[in-house]
Design a protein around this ligand. Structure first.
Ligand code: NDP
Length: 311
């Protein structure tokens, strides 16, 4: 049995680097890399970040696809993915903490008018504005999973009023929790900041569209760290142009890398980053080695994805 690492995202993590790290946990393992996969019949576990439709079919005895992250939509949307293949994600609190930090950084930048002061400095202007108070500010966190709860906690710890939204109703300390589609318009209307930490599924794709933006508070900032295809980007631009919301911070786009011709690049209401809000995998790498061991011994694997739900 062999594990093939074929990440296809070398700016972030190379196959060789991940292989070395996995071998430190499991030195005897047959771990191969995309550039030299050997006999494809021997590959039973595949580790990817980028995944191409039909890729699983290259390996006749493939049993498991392990994603090097939390979002598995690029794998589950492959309509040629055999039913027998188990898809695993990583549960990484390291990148969750980074994503919480990212969202908080953009919120504090607005609370303290930092972008405005940068513009004023360029014009040699000395005008002061009162900081917005955290206790008077509502942050809605959409998605209360592993990462969403870390994001919500970070805002609670910084004194914000926090609202949370998920598919099934959750109980999270000091977070006002809501669930289901009916609650969403009221929730976004109440929020000064809307932070999306949702997965891309059949239910969530395209959910940020005109009908929902119409409920946003006109001074609200929308921060998306979940997945880009949740957003209808033309509707977002139209909503910003119509002042239905004040701005958007996008770490994820519907097409990545974002094509140079996308109007998002130059829109004054949009701040973009290249899918870096959650970056490091931290200790979660050990779970890939552990899953390799469990697959060999026939034990249940860590962090399986529910293919029906799509996350
Ligand atoms: P989880 O699977 O732990 O949680 C997903 C959350 O979304 C759950 O609370 C779930 O509800 C909720 N949800 C799913 N579908 C719906 C729906 N239709 N309506 C309302 N709520 C819904 O995921 P994580 O928290 O670990 O990760 C979230 C996403 O973050 C990933 O899927 C990935 O796309 C993205 N991500 C982005 C990164 C980046 O760098 N930008 C890095 C890592 C992840 P319930 O609790 O009821 O199941």
């Amino acid at each position: 049995m062999a594990l093939l690492i074929d990440i296809k995202y070398p700016d972030w993590l190379t196959d060789d680097d991940l292989r070395s790290e996995l071998l430190s946990y499991t030195p005897q393992a047959d771990i191969r890399i995309g550039a030299d996969p050997g006999n494809l019949d021997e590959i039973e576990m595949l580790t990817v970040s980028t995944y191409f439709p039909g890729e699983a079919l290259k390996y006749p005895n493939l049993k498991v696809i392990q994603k090097t992250g939390a979002g598995v939509n690029n794998i589950l949307t492959d309509d040629r993915l055999p039913e027998s293949i188990q898809v695993l994600r990583l549960q990484t609190s390291t990148s969750g903490v980074e994503m919480a930090e990212y969202a908080l950084a953009y919120v504090l930048q607005e609370q303290r008018h930092m972008r405005l002061y940068q513009r004023q400095q360029a014009a040699s202007q000395w005008i002061s504005y009162p900081p917005r108070r955290a206790e008077d500010t509502r942050v809605a966190v959409l998605g209360l999973g592993r990462i969403g709860q870390l994001v919500a906690r970070r805002f609670v710890d910084n004194g914000f009023q926090v609202l949370g939204w998920s598919r099934s109703l959750k109980q999270v300390a000091e977070v006002s929790c809501y669930a289901g589609d009916d609650d969403l318009p009221t929730l976004v209307a109440a929020a000064d900041y809307v932070v999306s930490v949702l997965p891309s599924t059949e239910q969530t794709r395209g959910m940020f569209r005109q009908e929902l933006f119409a409920h946003f508070n006109s001074s609200a900032l929308f921060i998306n760290v979940g997945r880009g295809d949740l957003v209808n980007e033309s509707d977002l631009i139209a909503a910003l142009d119509d002042d239905q919301l004040a701005g958007a911070v996008l770490d994820v786009m519907s097409v990545e890398p974002l094509p140079p011709e996308s109007p998002l690049w130059l829109h004054p209401g949009v701040q973009l980053t290249p899918h870096i809000s959650g970056y490091h995998l931290g200790d979660a790498i050990a779970d890939i080695a552990e899953n390799y061991r469990r697959l060999q011994s026939g034990e249940p694997l860590l962090n399986p994805v529910n293919r029906e739900l799509g996350y």
